[in-house]
Design a protein around this ligand. Structure first.
Ligand SMILES: *Cc1c(COP(=O)(O)O)cnc(C)c1O
Length: 361
């Protein structure tokens, strides 16, 4: 069986280094907000090319902390792509803001920048973009619109650690960015984890305080904060894995290139890219009319697949208020998309088998 994602195999490669880090943390006797957090935050900020990185408990919290840190709340609108993972939208709702859903581009699956301006009202405060499937959003038009209407640009970089636009990394492309280090992400820990990156000194201070009970120094509380911290073990593990992120992303790119060159089947639509560096292939999404039959065909040949995502957020029970929205591009994507295995530990033989099996479909 070719697993969709073999997390054990991914982490096993760094076993010795990770074991040593874990041992260091245990020996230190300091398990929350210590040395490992400091080191990882510094290294990840440098990696992204920003001034600040603030560790937190998960990717949803990262987005949530940014929105709260900017002080957006009831009555404020935030623009977000309609075809994202639901967490991007939940972070908006959690702050009592209104998510304004915008259709994606059917070719790249990222937000369609030409459809943003018509959604802007006097209540709009921010554009939350999502670098979906690992592909950095083409920022030029979005940054122009944000400037024209004085909006913040928040990146959801949960699927795009290391992806680049215009020579810059995700996490540095807007005003602030949220990352997730969920185990299956390109940079994943062994539990939950996340962070906020930004060049905004004021926001960084606020986010750090809100995430730690609203405290700026011990037992002094300036906000009604939350507890959302990255623990020392996870920070240590992430710091080990960060060194190999670019290498791993390059492996994903090579596999994606093979898929794009060699999958030749009129029933399959392959993903389109802006440029090689823009993409870190968190998933390799293909589309087909009869997804179920393709999934069965692959399953019968020992190939696991996944669907990112089977149901659009506006069609979820949680968002009944959006059930009447007309979002045909989003629905078309959600009805036809299927992800095939891609990871830094997949072998050439496995990639070959996947290509041949798809071409036979
Ligand atoms: C994974 C993910 C999140 C949420 O991250 P968690 O760490 O699971 O909370 C948010 N947005 C997108 C696009 C994601 O893929």
């Amino acid at each position: 069986m070719i697993k969709f994602l073999d997390l054990h195999k991914i982490n096993e490669r760094f076993r010795n280094e990770i074991d040593e880090r874990i041992k260091n943390v245990i020996d230190s006797g300091w398990y929350i907000l210590g040395e490992q957090n400091k080191i990882f935050e510094q290294n990840f900020a440098n990696y992204c090319g920003v001034k600040h990185c603030i560790g937190c408990a998960n990717g949803l919290d990262a987005l949530n902390l940014i929105i709260r840190g900017y002080g957006f709340g009831a009555g404020d609108e935030i623009i977000v792509p309609a075809n994202t993972y639901i967490a991007s939208i939940l972070a908006i709702s959690e702050n009592n803001c209104t998510p304004v859903l915008v259709e994606p581009d059917i070719k790249t699956y990222n937000i369609n920048p030409d459809l943003i301006e018509e959604k802007i009202t006097e209540k709009t405060k921010a554009i939350l973009i999502v670098h979906l499937y690992g592909q950095a959003v083409q920022m030029e038009k979005i940054l122009k619109i944000a400037k024209k209407y004085n909006l913040k640009v928040i990146e959801d970089s949960a699927q795009a650690h290391g992806a680049m636009y215009d020579g810059k990394k995700t996490g540095s492309l807007g005003d602030a960015s949220g990352f997730s280090f969920y185990p299956g992400k390109n940079l994943g820990c062994m539990g939950d984890g996340g962070c906020v990156t930004t060049n905004d000194d004021e926001l960084a201070k606020k986010v750090r305080a809100i995430a730690n009970y609203g405290s700026d120094y011990k037992y002094h509380h300036i906000f009604k904060g939350v507890n959302s911290r990255l623990d020392e073990l996870q920070a240590g593990i992430l710091d080990v894995k960060l060194k190999y992120l670019d290498e791993d992303n390059e492996k994903r790119r090579k596999i994606a290139q093979l898929y794009r060159e060699k999958i030749k089947n009129p029933k399959i639509i392959l993903p389109e890219i802006y440029d090689e560096k823009a993409h870190v292939w968190h998933v390799f999404p293909i589309r087909t009319k009869n997804r179920k039959s393709l999934q069965e065909h692959l399953e019968n040949n020992g190939i696991q697949t996944n669907i990112h995502y089977p149901t659009a957020p506006h069609k979820q029970d949680a968002y009944k208020e959006f059930s009447n929205l007309n979002l045909p591009v989003t629905e078309e994507i959600h009805n036809t998309i299927i992800s095939i295995p891609i990871s830094p530990v997949i072998t050439d033989e496995e990639v070959n088998k996947i290509i041949i099996t798809i071409n036979k479909y």
